[in-house]
Design a protein around this ligand. Sequence first.
Ligand code: 2AM
Ligand code: CA
Length: 265
Amino acid sequence: MDWGAIDRYAKSLIKEAGHRIRVSFAGKIQIETKADANDLVTDIDREIEQFFISRIRRDFPGHRILGEEGFGDDVSSGEGVVWILDPIDGTMNFIHQRRNFAISLGIFADGVGMLGYIYDVMADDFYHAYRGEGAYRNDERLPVLEPVTVDKAVIGVNASWVAPNRYIDHEAVGRLVSDCRGTRSYGSAAIELAHVAAGRLDAYLSMRLAPWDIAGGSVIIREVGAISTNLRGEDLDMISNDTFIAARQGLHQSILDQYIRLKQT
Ligand code: 2AM
Ligand code: CA
């Protein structure tokens, strides 16, 4: 497999998709709801996913695609090469703010993350990594992260998980919020992972993410020495929805041990 060629191809595809998204703001965007009233999708999410899929199918017919909007393949195992795509991660931001959303793509071979991309479209910040070759923001190599303790950590967490919810003991999350240096919430898992990779967040956690939210980011953060697992500390399978944490070494285990009390769902 010529991963260098796939890497160059994926980067140019993502840049072209980003351009299409920016142009889309000139027209009227159609908004619909999916599972519930706050689960939003637009015609642009769908168009961008279809753009990726038509190109990938034409140029890499042996590869499979797992995409959020469902135009890809029915992927139930990690065999072969699988492109895991979120055409717009942070759709609510896309609609309400017209910024703070990203294209997220991870390319996996037999379940191993080989290439990872997060493109913050409006900031024009492109995070990318090739397994074993380091992670980059645009042309700048991201340094390996130093360890940090909870009391000095800035943590990405959505306020939903500090309110009563069905997934986790929210009072334990509240203790984490009190004990750490500060919290932030950006509304796009991919952008939060880019912040972890760049050292601007020390950890990010969520109770409910899908493979396309984290596939690209998990490849990128690994290259700077950060760890991603579910909130039981287990490896992610990139097939099913799961809980999620990404953090610097050491901090990852401290948070799991001291602050995470999952409910049986
Ligand atoms: P999305 O914008 O692509 O839907 C918001 O905090 C983050 O969680 C975003 O990355 C968002 O991705 C993701 N998200 C929102 N609802 C979700 C759901 N029901 N399942 C998985 N991920 C979700
Ligand atoms: Ca999405």
